[in-house]
Ligand binder design. Structure first.
Ligand code: CP
Length: 329
């Protein structure tokens, strides 16, 4: 008998959301479909559904964030959960309290779910392994390892523009080496049946043996790599995770790998441009592309709320949106 998947409960339902690795296509599609149902909540007079009323969700962000932290908070509030946002810089962590002691103290307040971002790869798995059995853990980004809700909101955004994953060519451009987002995207694209995934970067910003290890095609020339693709995903250069000079200069990087309208012209005419944010304008792409008609970057942010509502409600074992009445004004 195979070992139970660490993210699933005994019935095979999602309990934690730590990585896309090992999750089935059916489960990923269930998350996407459930998120589709949550998109409409933003249009309601009262932007709330009572699915997680009475649940307590704590956001623990040990690393900076704008999009992920705020969309998790909004998602939890739209599900009617009570939300705690621990400010790590003013918390007892600054006095030397360990991660596990912080966890135990918050568990004593009957928290049902922790949303965790941490600079150390594996931090969310560590917390899941030590948390009280009734508590769910969601990984909001751990080191270079995984950012599964970002991967899923990117799949959701792609599917709204290009419904058939099995006909797509997708290019991921930039700092693949340090990117937890790229790892989650590649796992999700592969599981959903995308036949051609390309990674485009200088050799210094690609993991070794990337083609065999990740099942992708590697390119070192931007024009060659994005030719005829349906989706172009640009990544941020992660200076904070580089411990040596892997890049000559940002100016030279833009000259070789920065996305401009002219360079984009070799992709499919209806190709969409994505970026998980934060963007470094003039480094990864110019403003004409970032703010242009093919950019879906701000859609990604909005879709993040629906995806996070889907994942949180599934992990907390709540029923589908259709079985719940919405609040009325
Ligand atoms: N995409 C993303 O993770 O952005 P933040 O760092 O702002 O959360």
């Amino acid at each position: 008998m195979s070992a139970p998947h660490p993210q699933l409960d005994a019935q095979g339902n999602l309990k934690h959301f730590l990585t896309i690795d090992g999750l089935s296509r059916e489960l990923l599609v269930e998350i996407l479909d459930r998120a589709e149902g949550f998109l409409g909540v933003a249009q309601q007079a009262v932007k709330k559904v009572p699915l997680c009323r009475g649940k307590v969700i704590a956001n623990l962000f040990f690393e900076n964030s704008t999009r992920t932290r705020t969309t998790f908070e909004l998602a939890a509030k739209r599900l009617s959960a009570d939300v705690l946002n621990l400010n790590i810089s003013t918390s007892a962590t600054a006095k030397g309290e360990t991660l596990l002691d912080t966890l135990r103290n918050l568990e004593a307040m009957h928290v049902d779910m922790f949303v965790v971002r941490h600079a150390t790869s594996g931090a969310a798995h560590f917390i899941a392994a030590h948390a009280n059995p009734h508590v769910s853990i969601i990984n909001a980004g751990d080191g270079r390892h995984s950012h599964p809700t970002q991967g899923m909101l990117d799949m959701f955004t792609i599917r709204r523009h290009k419904p058939d994953f099995t006909r797509l060519r997708v290019a991921i451009v930039g700092d693949i080496l340090h990117s937890r987002v790229a790892r989650s995207q590649i796992l999700a694209l592969t599981t959903l049946g995308v036949p051609e995934i390309r990674v485009i970067a200088p050799r210094t910003l690609l993991p070794s043996h990337v083609e065999d290890a990740f099942g992708v095609r590697a390119f070192h020339d931007l024009r060659e790599g994005i030719r005829d693709v349906d989706v172009v995903i640009m990544l941020r250069i992660q200076r904070e995770r580089m411990n040596s000079a892997l890049l000559p200069s940002e100016h030279e990087y833009f000259y070789l790998f920065g996305l401009t309208e002219k360079r984009l012209s070799v992709a499919c005419p209806d190709a969409i441009v994505m970026h998980p944010g934060p963007i470094n304008r003039g480094v990864e792409m110019d403003s004409q592309v970032a703010d242009g008609s093919r950019s879906v970057i701000l859609e990604q942010v909005s879709n993040g709320i629906a995806i996070r509502m889907a994942v949180m409600s599934m992990c907390l074992g709540t029923q589908n949106l259709n079985s719940q009445r919405e609040y009325t004004a």
